[in-house]
Design a protein around this ligand. Structure first.
Ligand code: OGA
Ligand code: NI
Length: 372
């Protein structure tokens, strides 16, 4: 018998705590001021809802000193004589690391700097202005909250997030955006969704499909843009900025500032993703692992908390046909055969995304649930 995952994670939460966690979580949520509100109040000891359980705390937080680094791919020449070479690099990275960084991707440096600055300003403005956006209603295109899974996770993360979701082909009403970051966010979305199309072409070719394949099945159709703010943390060894997880998306493009803290699980150890000025991190999401029938890997990653902060990052999740025009996906026919039968069932992105939002993020069972 299969158990409802959201119920399973709730049970875990109940058995590991000997205090009224739900009540303390609710009180924190009710402040609508997020983790930044705790830091502004001058707390020295972090509240226990953020403290990881003892068996997790014994685990090493620092990433291992290793010579291996997430591959860096130079996109210069992608429309010319470098295409084949770039496709080979994308294939190698997607099959092994599930992660790579791109440089010379065509998004101007000032567009990257301005959204980072805009998100910092949004979080550091008058708390009353921020509260107007505080909600857990996923039907809202623009929403601010601390920890999307606050009420389900075992441990809360040291992070606040402003999220924007929409169809890539239609502009939201400019008035829906917070004023302090409106122009910067709109400009970044225009650029990052275009880069997404280029990356889906490269990934299609890397899978041995025609360049338009992933675009034609709608991979870049809808996006969700979580813009994260990780305040400096007085006790960074006790908590995490983001618990280990893989992304419920086809592909994620991540912009991070220069502080660092993102780690990828590779070869049985956590490896830090070194920030590159002007670079962007790209990772394969769960949905692409499914449609590629496991050729490409959706890999676990996390963010450690730090004394130095705030750290700002902006993720762009490409969701395929999700909320607006739902469509089901499964392993691509051209990629399966008698010797290589489909190993996943068909799924709806909206179904997976809802599950992810109603279960603890460290319950990394989304892909397992889809296994035939
Ligand atoms: C995410 C994520 C990493 C970061 O939003 O899914 O993994 O560096 N973010 O903020
Ligand atoms: Ni992620």
């Amino acid at each position: 018998m299969t158990m409802d995952i959201s119920d399973a994670s709730r049970t875990t939460t109940q058995t590991v705590t000997d205090y009224d966690r739900a009540k303390e979580v609710q009180a924190f949520d009710d402040t609508k001021a997020g983790v930044k509100g705790l830091v502004d109040a001058g707390i020295v000891n972090i509240p226990r809802i953020f403290i990881r359980p003892p068996e997790e705390l014994v685990e090493e937080l620092t990433s291992h000193q290793t010579n291996s680094q997430v591959p860096v791919i130079d996109l210069d020449g992608v429309r010319g004589n470098k295409l084949e070479e770039i496709v080979d690099q994308v294939r190698a990275a997607a099959e092994t690391w599930g992660f790579f960084q791109v440089v010379n991707h065509g998004i101007p440096l000032n567009v990257l700097e301005e959204i980072i600055e805009g998100i910092r300003k949004f979080n550091e403005q008058d708390v009353e202005l921020k509260k107007e956006f505080y909600t857990r209603d996923r039907a809202r295109n623009v929403r601010f909250n601390s920890n999307f899974d606050l009420h389900y996770s075992r441990t809360a993360n040291w992070r606040d997030t402003l999220t924007i979701s929409a169809l890539a082909s239609t502009d939201l009403d400019p008035n829906e955006y917070p004023e302090v970051c409106r122009d910067a966010v709109r400009e970044y979305i225009k650029n990052v969704t275009k880069l997404g199309e280029t990356l889906f072409e490269l990934l299609s070719l890397a899978l041995g499909l025609k360049a338009e394949h992933l675009q034609e099945i709608g991979c870049p159709k809808e996006y969700t843009l979580p813009c994260h703010y990780y305040p400096s943390c007085p006790q960074p060894d006790l908590t995490l900025g983001a618990t280990g997880h893989s992304d419920p998306s086809f592909l994620t493009i991540l912009l991070q500032d220069q502080i660092g803290g993102l780690q990828v699980f590779h070869d049985n150890q956590w490896v830090g993703v070194q920030p590159i000025v002007g670079g962007l991190v790209v990772n394969i999401g769960d949905f692409l692992e499914v449609v590629s029938n496991d050729k490409f890997k959706s890999v676990n990653h996390r963010v450690v908390a730090g004394h130095v902060g705030p750290r700002v990052s902006v993720a762009c999740f490409f969701m395929g046909h999700n909320a607006e025009i739902p469509k089901s996906y499964g392993p691509i026919k051209e990629l399966t055969s008698e010797e290589n039968p489909p190993i996943y069932r068909d799924f709806l992105p909206s179904e997976c995304f809802s599950k992810r939002f109603s279960m603890a993020v460290d319950d990394n069972s989304l892909l397992h649930q889809l296994k035939l």
